[in-house]
Design a protein around this ligand. Sequence first.
Ligand SMILES: [Zn+2]
Length: 195
Amino acid sequence: MDSGLRQALARYDLDSLGRSGDVVYVIDADLRLRFVNQRYEQVADAVTGGEVLETYPLGSCVVDGIDAVLRHHYTDLFEATLQTGEPRMADYHCHTPEEERTFRCMIYPLGTEGLLTVHGELESRPWPKADVEAVRDPDTGLVSMCAGCRRVRMDEGGWRHVPQFIDEAPRDTTHGLCDPCLGFYLGATARGAQR
Ligand SMILES: [Zn+2]
C-alpha cells in the first residue's frame, strides 16, 4: 500500500476492520485492491467457489471478473465517490450456490487516494427449489431466461435467479429480457413499443 493511501487510512482502525464480520476492502484510485479483511476472503471464496486471492490477488482491479454491466455500474459508482468526496451507500445482491444474499455497502472516500468499502449483510435466505418443469411455458415448452441478468421467468410470474440454471441453462431455453434489464438496455422507447 503506498504512503498516500496509508496516510488517508490512518483515521480508521484497520485492525478492527480486519476482524469485522462485515466484508471490508480498500481500493486505490485505479480501483486496485489494496486491503481485504478475512470476511472478504470467506464470502468471496464461497461466491467464486475457489481461492479468490489466488485468482484476484491484492493489486488486481476490483471490477475485473464481474459482468460487463455491473462493471460499468461499479466503476461509475466508485469514480463518482472519488470525485465528490462524499460517502455513498448501495445495496446489492450476491449469491452463493446455497443462498441468495443482500448486502448494504458503504463507500468512504479516502481523500483522492482511494476508497474504503464496508459491506454488511442485510439478508440471506436459501434458494427456492426449482423444478425445471414448473418454469416451462405450458404452451411452448420453453424456459425463458433473461439475457441480461440470467434470471428465469417463474410460473407464478416474476423473475428469479436459479443457481442451477445459471451454471447450466436448461434444455429448450429461450432468451428474453426481464423488466429492469429491458429498461436498462433498451430504455423507455422499447418499453413503449412493447405496449
Ligand atoms: Zn434481467
